[in-house]
Design a protein around this ligand. Structure first.
Ligand code: F6R
Length: 610
């Protein structure tokens, strides 16, 4: 949802901007731009389109060496993708890039227009630049003018700002949107996400809410709300530059699909003690914490919400406590009744999703304990929640999540076991068999499913000429179907619906006609008979059926055109194997259709607007 970057130091800033933006492109890719100091002037180059378009422009009209620059890659909100709406925006002495949304931009625009400011774009960002410039014209003080503008702006923002007359200085400010500062041997950096800075340095500091930073060669300072100045507290990231590269795979999504067995183990093994029992003490969560939870409210968006649905089934089945799952964007409008003993669990790969963050803040304002399951370290949701569990999947670059979702589900499985054990629903031996399944059977099952590439390709061939596809399943498989359907539509643009297998006949079955692809998932032995009869219903209406099911079921001949068999070493192995299959089928389908798999149209990886 827009990526920003900045640098000041001894090296040439231009290649750094381009390299960093190429990593940040996953956050938005409809337009791109940079602003760089060229002597005492600031020169802007920006355009609609991807970074390659800007690269071409730079080849035609190169910038001179610059030691101070900012850059932006955009996911349009205010004003469509166009050259004029692309960032950076300049008003007077202020040139800035922005990630977020200024909610009161209309009233600010009107007030500034009355003062004689004329605007050249439809963006809220240009309004922010004009507002800061207005204060700067009065005070001549960059920090004071940013602070004054922050007091007037509603909404979310992370800014990187250059001020005329302040050569070699980059200013930054944030509220609601992420911003990381970093220190290298050749200068200081800022970016929306540390992955963009990994080629340059590993030392970082996350800017906190309402803080302003000033970076200049040899000096970085953070200005707190009370106007005091502090030095950043630098940390070392464990991420490597390679972790944010494709590593020989044709797409990040494929790489991330392949990384899932390792990621699944990384997410659970540090949380299993010597006796094979869940132990979250390194996350600051003691065993007694699980005992007192009487109900759970899971809040998340998209695939993270689908992982929550998997978790709901596990926690209710194993731990017997009620679990409700809410779409984060709906949560505040109809918050569920949360009695004493409720825990709100926020799930987010990016740790920055605006709707999930808003739900977290709502829960906190209402005094309800919160736990965040987050992948990206040091992000806002992770920081603001009362407790946090990192999923350790490593950077996820493809817009469509795979390993993020998989590791969210593994952590939820472990939480289900922890609650069930703490409340004596299961004994040590049963718990141990769950943790063994998560650390041994699951990675083995995922690796096993990776060998079925030819079959996924064949299934994908059967989907590409259809406009509509259905996934069906019961129980856990309904939750998996929802993720399967989302994965297929977001990257292949084929319309796909997920249906509870038994519900199809209550209306939607009228859409089944000869050849309509229906993919049925069956990971639960007890439900096979019923799902199989639903398959017969669609098959008798001509559907082309793919069955993704356990390998120990008595499948009557002719049930499906294609059957993907899932390992059954344990329940967990079967479920995670199904996840792999649905992701790979979506990937192969999008590949055959020639879609932009890692950057699907209209999407962005980190959704920092509501
Ligand atoms: C789909 C996908 C999205 C995200 C959703 C939440 O493949 O990636 O549906 O799951 O936008 O994002 P996070 O987990 O970052 O909060």
């Amino acid at each position: 949802m827009c990526g920003i970057i900045g640098y000041t130091g001894t090296a040439n800033a231009i290649p750094k901007m381009m390299k960093g933006l190429s990593v940040l492109e996953y956050r938005g890719y409809d337009s791109v731009g940079i602003a760089a100091e060229q002597g005492s002037q600031t020169k802007i180059m920006k355009c609609k389109g991807r970074i390659s378009v800007l690269e071409e422009k730079l080849r035609e009209t190169p910038f001179e060496i610059s030691h101070c620059a900012i850059g932006h890659t955009r996911w349009a909100t205010h004003g469509g993708p166009s050259d004029k709406n692309a960032h950076p925006h300049r008003v007077g002495a202020v040139t800035l890039v922005h990630n977020g949304i200024i909610e009161n931009d209309k009233s600010l625009r009107a007030a500034l227009s009355e003062k004689g400011v004329s605007f050249h774009s439809e963006t809220d960002t240009e309004v922010a630049a004009a507002l800061i410039n207005d204060f700067f014209a009065q005070s001549g003080d960059p920090v004071a003018s940013i602070r004054a503008a922050m007091e007037e702006m509603k909404g979310s923002f992370a800014f990187a700002i250059l001020f005329e007359g302040h050569t070699g200085e980059v200013f930054a400010a944030r509220r609601g949107s992420p911003l990381i500062l970093a220190r290298g041997t050749d200068g200081y950096y800022l970016a929306s996400d540390m992955t963009a800075l990994l080629p340059f340095t590993k030392e970082y500091c996350a800017l906190k809410e309402n803080q302003i930073a000033r970076l200049r060669h040899g000096d970085a300072k953070i200005m707190l709300e009370d106007s005091s100045k502090v030095d950043p507290e630098w940390n070392m990231t464990t991420m490597t530059p390679e972790s944010a590269q494709k590593g020989g795979y044709s797409h990040f999504m494929l790489k991330e699909i392949h990384e899932q067995s390792g990621a699944a183990v990384k997410s659970v093994s540090p949380r299993i003690d010597a006796n094979g029992l869940p132990d979250f003490s390194a996350d600051g969560i003691e065993k007694d914490f699980w005992k007192d939870i009487q109900s759970m409210q899971i809040v998340a968006c998209g695939s993270a919400m689908h992982a929550g649905l998997v978790g709901q089934r596990l926690i209710e089945d194993l731990a017997k406590i009620p679990v409700n799952v809410s779409i984060a964007s709906e949560f505040r409008y109809h918050p569920p009744i949360m009695p004493k003993g409720s825990l709100v669990v926020l799930i987010s790969q990016s740790g920055e999703t605006a709707d999930t963050l808003a739900a977290l803040r709502y829960a906190k304002e209402n005094g309800i304990p919160t736990l965040a399951i987050v992948n990206a370290v040091e992000t806002t949701i992770a920081r603001e929640a009362d407790r946090r569990i990192y999923t350790y999947a490593g950077p996820e670059i493809a817009v469509a999540t795979t390993k993020g979702y998989c590791t969210q589900a593994t952590v939820l499985w472990l939480i289900a076991a922890a609650i069930a054990l703490a409340t004596n629903r299961i004994d040590n031996a049963q718990t141990h068999s769950i943790t063994r399944a998560l650390t041994e059977d699951v990675p083995a099952a995922i690796e096993n499913m990776l060998t079925l590439e030819n079959q996924y390709h064949r299934i994908a061939r059967g989907l590409i000429n259809h406009e509509h596809v259905f996934y069906i399943g019961r129980g856990m498989d309904y939750a998996l179907s929802m993720e399967a359907s989302l994965k297929l539509k977001e990257i292949s643009y084929i319309h796909c619906e997920a249906y509870a297998a038994g519900e199809l006949k209550h209306g939607t079955i009228s859409l089944i006609e000869p050849g309509t692809p229906v993919l049925a998932i069956c990971t639960e032995k007890d439900l096979f008979e019923k799902t199989e009869s639903n398959i017969r219903e669609v098959r008798s209406r001509g559907a082309q059926v793919t069955l993704i099911c356990r390998n120990d079921l008595p499948i009557p001949p002719g049930t499906a055109d294609e059957t993907v068999l899932l390992p059954t070493t344990s329940d967990a192995a079967t479920v995670f194997a199904a996840m792999l299959a649905i992701q790979y089928i979506a990937y192969e389908t999008a590949l055959l259709l020639g879609c932009d798999i890692d950057r699907p149209r209209n999407l962005a990886k980190s959704v920092t607007v509501e």
